[in-house]
Design a protein around this ligand. Structure first.
Ligand SMILES: Nc1ncnc2c1ncn2[C@@H]1O[C@H](COP(=O)(O)OP(=O)(O)OP(=O)(O)O)[C@@H](O)[C@H]1O
Length: 215
């Protein structure tokens, strides 16, 4: 389980999460909804070990998290992957799509070009797209690459933060199907964050709705 307990986050004097508890179970899709600004992305970043809460704890499969960002234990850090709403803000614009997908494996010294190719095919990227850079592809194509990148180190937990909000219905359906297939194959836990109650109702095994500020 990926578990946040009593987590409080403040930005300056604004308390965004106030003693929030949240659990992500392996093998399940947990939905998280709620109004804009209620702290969903903030919780996502805490669970992805990218944002240190002011107080509270996070445990990952029983291991207490003691460091965040670069100070997080590497094995714990690569156990959780995050896909953002806006792929253009999440990639290095100088890299090709192949290099974007291969990035996490290269960073940990485990390059695997064959696996990179397989992942690209799974997310529906044709070979002609793989040599292009972000400005030469659509948002949907770039988001496909971001999902492949997120899956490249086989995370035990995958957080999809409004992953399909900007995309057309068929791309949305394909990316959700890729995540579902990954979950079924690996038993990973998925957090699906969305404003779209219909999507969450269809996709998630259970849905939590935050009130304003994590209530
Ligand atoms: N880095 C930051 N610095 C200061 N305030 C921030 C920062 N990130 C988020 N906030 C504020 O914290 C609150 C919660 O933001 P967050 O992005 O977590 O909400 P959200 O529920 O994901 O919203 P949305 O659905 O619009 O993405 C908002 O009021 C936001 O303006």
């Amino acid at each position: 389980m990926l578990k946040a307990s009593d987590v409080t986050v403040r930005y300056g004097r604004q308390t965004v999460l106030d003693r929030v508890g949240f659990t992500l179970e392996p093998g399940r899709v947990t939905g998280l909804g709620g109004p804009s600004g209620c702290g969903k992305s903030t919780l996502a970043r805490v669970l992805a070990l990218m944002l240190r809460p002011a107080s509270g704890t996070v445990t990952l499969d029983g291991h207490p998290v003691r460091g965040w960002r670069q100070r997080a234990d590497r094995e714990l850090r690569i156990s959780v992957a995050l896909v953002y709403q806006q792929p253009r803000l999440a990639v290095d614009p100088r890299l090709t799509l192949t290099e974007i997908i291969a990035e996490p494996r290269a960073a940990v010294g485990r390059p695997d070009p064959e696996r990179t190719g397989e992942l690209a095919a799974e997310v529906g990227l044709t070979p002609d797209l793989l040599t292009r850079r972000p400005h030469e592809v659509s948002d949907g194509q770039l988001q496909r690459a971001c999902l492949a990148r997120a899956l490249s180190l086989e995370p035990r937990y995958l957080i999809c933060d409004e992953m399909t909000t900007m995309l057309d219905a068929s791309t949305q359906a394909h990316l959700v199907a890729v995540v579902n297939a990954y979950r079924e194959r690996t038993g990973a836990g998925v957090l699906a964050i969305s404003h779209d109650d219909v999507l969450l109702g269809r996709w998630a095994d259970s849905v939590t709705t935050f009130g304003r500020f994590g209530g």
